[in-house]
Design a protein around this ligand. Structure first.
Ligand code: ADP
Ligand code: MG
Length: 342
């Protein structure tokens, strides 16, 4: 006879963690997205041993009230949505209220925060599922999250962690994609006490392009076209690489929908089609593109990690992207042909 039993909450969190917390960089993604949602202007990421020993994310955002600290690490608790209607219009990076609960169930975890206009900070620690009462701590306005000994209690996951260098490279790549998404925010990344990246806040297009160049290469700005086009409630901006900036690998493709990096079939197809006439077979375009649209026009609640989105009007989005990019690239093609003939 089978016996059906409810799962203990701790185990529920660990199962949920399995969906989103694949490796150290997934933790960094969740924590930095929380900092962005909290309106941070400065985000500092400290990594030790590729994230296996320590991941610390410190921000100067809104902070969390002392009495809400336990809720922040409770599952299905969020300040970002409260109704189905909110879910349809969600503009924040997070909304599932699961990340901190998941992370704190698979690591030794501490959360320290001070809200604006309060002169005390508070800290809670979660270790093996046990939550300690909040106690006073030292911290400027904002929040720090410390994640130590990731997967110490999930041996199966720990086994899959790669070499320190590999895990750090994933974190670096992830941070690049977030830094490109939010150029108005300053990001710092260090590994084993050594500064690795400092991206100062970029307030204008020129400064933004400097950040893009740091990620896509110094030669990229000179080999790219500025895109800025709006129609039918859609706005596409960013930079697309000329055929001369094409690569053997599709490793320089950043497409953001309302500030969120996505991998989408519709988008990928539209971009590929737009480049079809100008790229050699087997070459891949480099681009950083930002699509903005009414959050109600796109469903981000498709997958827990939120890489996938679903557009309400797929055809419209596809054609808008294709046309905008195709026209921009066609002009360069004409120009190149002319200069070639001379
Ligand atoms: P979600 O982001 O989906 O709401 P999380 O588990 O990531 O869920 O976070 C739970 C809650 O904790 C958030 O809704 C937010 O209120 C609070 N929180 C988490 N990180 C921060 C932060 N860095 N600054 C301010 N509040 C935070
Ligand atoms: Mg979150």
């Amino acid at each position: 006879m089978t016996v059906i039993r409810p799962l203990p909450p701790e185990l529920i969190n660990q199962i949920a963690a399995g969906e989103v917390i694949e490796r150290p960089s997934s933790v960094v993604k969740e924590l930095v997205e929380n900092s962005l949602d909290a309106g941070a202007t400065r985000i500092e990421v400290e990594i030790e041993a590729g994230g296996a020993r320590l991941i610390r994310v410190r921000d100067d955002g809104d902070g969390i009230h002392a009495d809400e600290l336990p809720l922040a690490v409770a599952s299905h608790a969020t300040s970002k949505i409260g109704s189905f209607d909110d879910l349809e219009h969600v503009a924040s990076m997070g909304f599932r209220g699961e990340a901190l609960a998941s992370v704190s169930s698979v690591a030794r975890f501490a959360l320290t925060s001070r809200v604006r206009d309060q002169d005390a900070a508070f800290r809670i620690e979660v270790d093996g599922g046990g939550l300690q009462a909040a106690r006073p701590a030292q911290h400027p306005q904002g929040t720090s999250v410390e994640v130590r000994d990731l997967f110490y209690n999930v041996p199966a996951r720990k086994k899959f962690m790669r070499a320190e260098r590999t895990e750090f490279a994933h974190i670096d790549d992830l941070l690049k994609s977030l830094a490109l998404a939010r150029s108005s925010v300053e990001f710092r990344l260090s590994h084993n006490g050594k500064p690795v990246r400092i991206w100062k806040a970029a307030c204008d297009e020129q400064a933004q392009l400097v950040r893009v160049a740091e990620v896509l290469g110094e030669e990229f700005p000179a080999q790219s076209l500025r895109i800025d086009h709006a129609a039918a409630g859609l706005h596409l901006s960013g930079w697309v690489g000329l055929p001369t900036a094409s690569r053997a690998q599709a490793d320089a493709q950043y497409f953001y929908v309302n500030g969120r990096l996505v991998r989408d079939r519709i988008v990928a197809h539209a971009v590929r089609q737009a480049y079809a006439d100008v790229l050699f077979h087997g070459r891949h375009a480099a681009f950083v593109l930002y699509l903005e649209l009414d959050p109600a026009g796109v469903d981000v609640n498709v997958h827990p990690a939120k890489h996938e989105v679903r557009f309400r009007e797929q055809r419209l989005v596809h054609d808008f992207l294709f046309r905008t990019l195709h026209e921009a690239l066609a002009q360069t093609r004409a120009g190149q042909v002319a200069s070639h003939v001379q």
